[in-house]
Design a protein around this ligand. Structure first.
Ligand SMILES: Nc1ncnc2c1ncn2[C@@H]1O[C@H](COP(=O)(O)OP(=O)(O)O)[C@@H](O)[C@H]1O
Ligand SMILES: C=C(OP(=O)(O)O)C(=O)O
Ligand SMILES: [Ca+2]
Ligand SMILES: [Mn+2]
Length: 670
């Protein structure tokens, strides 16, 4: 932060000193007048009502109407409420103080609600001094003498003001979004993720080769936690968000996010489910807490640390600590990892998928790795959006985990993705985009900060969002792959075994960089289309998906949103308009009626015709001018799939070994 608070366009004269006292020889102005003089000089203007304010400060104070605070001060339950408002506020502060307790000081910090800027107001607010309820502290340190100001569940408008005033790189764009910079990290850091291995998690979680869970011990976690908490308590103020995950009321999780930046608080405000005033009153103790001290690095001398970034998950303590990265997606996906543990424990399948529903209640899931089209294709003007990225499938049906969407902005166009375009307005966080200095028009083609430019907005910014974000059991399960090799068909119908094979494989191939010259696409295999976020072995999720698809009669589809007419360099990415037509035909049921032909190598069933899509692109071989190159590339990709699957099959993929064999057989034959 380069500003000292005066540097934000506020202009003022230097006060005090000689100019005011008039000691430099200028004659003194006499202000005492006779009543007659005064009367003569006053301009009587009846056109305006008299000014109520007596001072400038008073005037400014009148500008802001007193509203119901985010945390209601009034007693919604009336006079018969068993808990007084003062008591409720005290409980809330106690809970926040407990969250911020340093484990060595064994007590929470002194906290006070409100903005340190607004001194007078803040000290009128509820103050919690640990001496009031805790044990007396024997070893008092300087940090125990200061207050930590808590900015609790601020509104987007308040967070805008905090960001613009205190966070360099925060600007309002032409459409009203808040442009921010995430700092040195503009994407997630999966190699810096750590999970505490204890007696329970040692047996329950997936560890070792291929697993995203890199171990750390409890003691090291506490070192990082203390580092984060001490950092947060050293600040003038911290943001606290109390919110929910999962729209299924039976399985709702309460999360608390403690962070140092308005950007982080607004991001989570948008991405998690926003509690109503009543729900916030009864929030109580969170089920899980994130400490985001992203501006502060971890100590590289700490055991298990391999960089200055660390994202640490402790399931037993129900806490996550973030050090050394300000990329907000870490919080979102950190909570997703948590759900990938908590939900399967309740026999609920967690899914890295988008989800939408037709007018007739037909639900589709869109699985796929980053950049394959989950957000783009689930945001469909003709259907209700349930969510773009994280869902649960329980016996009740599907439910979104989140309250917002996180769309990629690179090359975003109003024509191709109107709903996402229109969602970028006041309240939306726009990460790492480039805009015109003066007009604040965003240039979505600009990659100078990063290619991973993003918009995070509340789901209700999409006009046909389905609120509450829940739906019946899925009818179609669409697996998205962006195949930069250009050999997978634009669409194929899958058997259940094939669906499982491709779900477990989790393939996509993107083109790594944007440097000049043709770059070889590189294949990525990520189990369950989200290996970075799963906590249990992939077979656990796959078994649940197979069981649910079978029970509810869902059809599996593989859709290539990548290349056609050759690999990256010679072919082109399939037009989004064609992919949308393909998806339409899946939703409507029309595609089930097509005639199918089996492809060689992958054994995929491809339709002969789809309305609005040129028939010749449906079989990739037709689009390649060099047939030998096509065959060679097809075999190469088939080989990569086989090699990847060998590693997975070594584990028993299914308890049902017959299904395991069927799944293995559903892969490519070379
Ligand atoms: N045929 C296509 N299908 C889907 N997306 C496409 C297609 N062609 C280009 N795109 C672009 O690819 C990107 C897909 O990203 P996104 O929907 O955010 O993926 P995810 O949510 O799975 O990470 C978007 O920027 C979209 O505009
Ligand atoms: C938010 C993310 O999801 P996606 O790229 O799939 O939209 C992410 O992977 O960080
Ligand atoms: Ca994702
Ligand atoms: Mn997405």
């Amino acid at each position: 932060m380069a500003n000292d608070g005066k540097d934000n366009g506020e202009f003022s004269f230097v006060s005090g000193g000689e100019a005011e006292t008039g000691r430099r020889g200028l004659p003194k102005i006499h202000t005492e007048r006779t009543a007659a003089e005064t009367e003569r000089d006053i301009c009587h203007d009846d056109s305006t009502t008299p000014m109520r304010a007596r001072t400038l400060e008073h005037l400014h104070s009148l500008q802001k109407k007193r509203s119901t605070p985010t945390t209601p001060l009034t007693d919604a339950h009336g006079v018969f409420s068993p808990v007084s408002e003062a008591e409720r506020q005290k409980q809330q502060l106690k809970s926040i103080s407990a969250s911020l307790a340093s484990l060595t000081r064994e007590t929470g910090p002194k906290i006070v609600r409100g903005d340190p800027e607004k001194k007078a107001e803040a000290h009128k607010g509820t103050v919690l001094d640990h001496h009031h309820f805790g044990e007396p502290i024997l070893n008092l340190s300087d940090s125990a003498l200061k207050f930590t100001h808590i900015l609790y569940n601020l509104s987007p408008a308040e967070l805008y003001e905090q960001a613009i005033k205190f966070e360099k790189g925060s600007f309002i764009t032409a459409t009203g979004a808040l442009a921010t910079l995430s700092g040195a990290k503009t994407g997630r850091s999966p190699r810096d993720k750590r999970v505490v291995k204890d007696e329970t998690t040692e047996d329950e979680l997936w560890w070792g080769k291929g697993s995203p869970n890199i171990e750390m011990d409890e003691h090291t976690f506490l070192i990082n936690r203390e580092r984060a908490v001490d950092y947060l308590n050293s600040l003038d103020k911290v943001f606290v968000n109390d919110q929910f995950l999962n729209w299924d009321p039976e399985h709702r999780i309460k999360v608390r996010i403690v962070s140092a930046r308005a950007y982080h608080s607004l991001f989570m405000h948008n991405m998690c489910i926003r509690p109503t005033a009543e729900e916030l009153e009864d929030f109580g103790t969170p089920d899980f807490t994130i400490y985001n001290a992203g501006q502060f690095p971890c100590n590289r001398y700490t055991h298990y640390m391999t960089s200055s970034t660390s994202i640490d998950m402790n399931l037993a303590r129900k806490e996550m600590v973030i050090l050394g990265t300000q990329y907000a997606g870490e919080m979102k996906k950190g909570l997703f990892s948590l759900m990938h543990y908590l939900m399967p424990m309740r026999q609920i399948l967690s899914l890295h998928s988008g989800c939408n529903m037709g007018k007739n209640g037909d639900v589709a899931l869109f699985f796929g790795l980053s950049g394959t089209g989950k957000t783009t294709l689930s945001t469909d003007h003709n259907r209700y959006l349930i969510g773009d990225d994280e869902h649960c499938w329980s016996d009740n049906g599907v439910s979104n985990i989140e309250g917002g969407c996180y769309a990629k902005c690179i090359d975003l166009s109003r024509e191709k993705e109107p709903d996402i375009w229109n969602a970028i307005k006041f309240g939306t966080v726009l990460e790492n985009v480039v805009f015109d200095e003066h007009t604040r028009e965003v240039d979505y083609s600009e990659k100078s900060v990063t290619e991973n430019t993003r918009a995070a907005y509340p789901i209700e910014y999409i006009p046909n969002a389905k609120i509450p974000c829940v739906g019946p059991h899925p009818k179609n399960v669409i697996l998205l792959a962006c195949d930069a090799f250009g050999v997978l068909p634009p669409v194929s119908k899958l058997s259940l075994a094939q669906t499982m094979y491709h779900f477990i494989s989790g393939y996509t191939a993107l083109v790594a960089g944007t440097e000049d010259g043709v770059k070889e696409p590189s294949a990525t295999f990520s189990a369950c289309f989200g290996a970075a976020f799963i906590m249990l072995h992939p077979s656990r999720y796959a078994a649940m998906l197979a069981e649910k698809m079978k029970r509810h009669g869902a059809t599996g589809w593989l859709v290539n949103t990548g290349w056609s007419g050759g690999s990256y360099g010679s072919g082109n990415r399939i037009k989004l308009a064609y992919t949308r037509k393909i998806i339409d035909a899946i939703h409507s049921g029309a595609l089930l009626e097509a005639n199918y032909t089996k492809t060689e190598v992958f054994g995929l069933e491809i339709p002969d015709a789809i309305e609005g899509v040129p028939a010749e692109i449906l079989d990739p071989v037709n689009t390649w001018s060099n047939k030998d190159a096509h065959k060679e590339t097809l075999l190469k990709l088939g080989g990569l799939f086989k090699k990847n699957y060998e590693g997975i099959h070594a584990y028993q993929v299914q308890r049902d070994s017959k299904l395991a064999e069927e799944i293995l057989a559903a892969g490519p034959t070379l």
